[in-house]
Design a protein around this ligand. Structure first.
Ligand code: GLU
Length: 477
């Protein structure tokens, strides 16, 4: 097993990572990548990869939204250790930490009213000063507040010096402590803030490494204030190693958004992307190992580390994803692809026939929908429904050719590619026609379409009887 020394603090502790998605109704591919990196890092070091569902926003956190996340992770093959932790169930513990800080003098009650705070911000805005809580209750005695007045609990942050983070991706980042205000831990109704909940959960879960999007870097400075304050209060509040991963951008360099196309893992599944493709694509999006493009799961676990994570944003490239998917389709097991294609085709599909046809079907497809469409001809009922283009090909002359072809092929005893090809070529030569001239109407008759696998493959896959019946159905009578 590799050693995790040299990764900042916690070097001698077994690695524990966590992935902490908020249920929003879909699993954003950027989040999925964060989950992948957290999972890989833990697996690489033989540690634990934990999952926490940040479901404190009651309106959004429906069971359905949670299921979308679990389903997406399962589909990608990211199995987390133990049961997921649900943040909403831990509010008592979050409040307990705030109250301990209060008792230890590391937090205080703030009785400022919302109106008062709004006015404070207004004055700061007018004076062009940074807008942050000014600490007006930090040193005041709570007895100065009116009897029974509502209060929030605020952390007493350091006011001098810097907070420094040795981020495993971003390098050394620091913030002046005077820039970090005394933020709220408990709201007036006693509920914990997100800032408190995240850090309490991270510590209680024993996380040694916090790997997440770099949109959370600013939160890390605040969360560290809580960690440092709690160090004198409870055991087990060791600073984790942070790794803030740059976000994913679209091909135009702008932050990835709906405008760039699909964002959810489910969307890619629906597009016919294989899970191993998305796994590998997300892995390569912001991480590299030499110039290797495709990794097995085992290789990914073996090679993954935070030093290979790029510092700049990565660009999502749909074309590259589709090309990669084509490679994974060609490498995939035929029986598995046949089962997947059968689900897309419907009840008329025959998995055994699809499996047999798969080596031919999978050579060109870049996604599973394309593959299923290309296979659908196998299961069509006679008389075949024709696409408009296919119908156009079947003019009187073409129907005459089909009648001839039927007669010739029906005397063919060996229904395999070579004799069929030789037979048709001989006919084309007799007529002094290119083979394509014959193959196009033949394809239309056999598949109802103008695109399909190679025409001789089609003949073999359909078999003698079905092929001749389909040709005869279109031939001039
Ligand atoms: N729940 C947060 C999100 O989905 C992540 C919080 C964290 O990783 O600290 O963006």
């Amino acid at each position: 097993m590799a050693s995790n020394s040299g990764n900042g603090t916690g070097a001698d502790r077994p690695v524990v990572t966590r992935f902490a998605p908020s249920p929003t109704g879909f699993l954003h591919i950027g989040n999925a990548r964060t989950g992948l990196f957290s999972w890989l890092y833990a697996r690489h070091f033989g540690g634990k990869a934990l999952l926490r569902i940040e479901d404190t926003d009651k309106a959004r956190s429906t069971q359905e939204a949670i299921d979308v996340i679990l389903e997406g992770l399962d589909w990608l093959g990211l199995e987390f250790d133990g049961e997921p932790v649900y943040q909403s169930q831990r509010a008592d513990r979050h409040a307990e930490v705030a109250n301990k800080l209060l008792a230890a003098g590391r937090a205080y009650k703030c009785f400022a009213t919302p109106e008062e705070l709004a006015q404070m911000r207004e004055e700061q805005r007018a004076a062009k000063k940074p807008m942050r809580y000014d600490g007006r209750w930090r040193d005041r005695d709570p007895s100065e507040a009116p009897e029974g007045a509502p209060f929030t609990v605020r952390i007493k942050t350091e006011t001098r010096g810097d907070t420094v983070i040795e981020d495993a991706v971003q390098g050394t980042v620091k913030v002046k402590n005077e820039e970090i205000d005394d933020f709220i831990l408990l709201r007036a109704d006693g509920t914990p803030t997100y800032m408190l909940a995240v850090v309490v959960d991270d510590m209680d879960m024993g996380c040694t490494h916090i790997i997440r999007g770099d949109d959370h870097l600013n939160n890390a400075f605040r969360q560290l204030q809580v960690i440092k304050a709690m160090q004198g209060v409870e055991d087990g509040w060791d600073e984790p190693t942070y790794a803030h991963i740059p976000l994913i951008h679209g091909n135009d360099g702008a932050k990835l958004s709906k405008r760039h196309g699909a964002l959810g893992v489910r969307d890619y599944r629906a597009m016919g992307i294989l899970p191993e493709t998305l796994f590998n694509y997300l892995l390569r999006l912001g991480w590299g190992h030499g110039d290797q493009e495709e990794f097995t799961r085992e290789e990914a676990i073996e090679y993954f580390d935070l030093t290979g994570v790029n510092k700049g944003p990565s660009r999502f490239d749909m074309k590259k994803l589709l090309n990669m998917n084509g490679n994974y389709i060609r490498a995939a097991d035929d029986a598995r692809l046949a089962r997947l294609a059968a689900e897309l085709i419907g009840p008329q599909a025959d998995v055994a026939l699809l499996t047999e046809a798969m080596p031919v079907l999978k050579t060109r497809a870049r996604d599973m929908n394309e593959l299923a469409e290309g296979a659908a001809f196998l299961f069509k009922q006679r008389p075949l429904e024709m696409t408009e283009k296919a119908a156009e090909l079947l003019d009187e002359e073409a129907r005459q050719h089909l009648a001839q072809i039927s007669a010739r092929l029906s005397s063919e005893s060996d229904w395999t590619i070579e004799p069929l090809e030789a037979n048709l070529k001989a006919y084309a030569e007799e007529l002094d026609l290119g083979l394509g001239k014959l193959a196009q109407p033949l394809r239309a008759a056999l598949t109802g379409q103008t695109t399909s696998p190679g025409i001789f493959d089609v003949l073999v896959l359909l078999g003698r009887e079905e092929s001749l019946a389909r040709i005869d159905a279109q031939a001039a009578g």
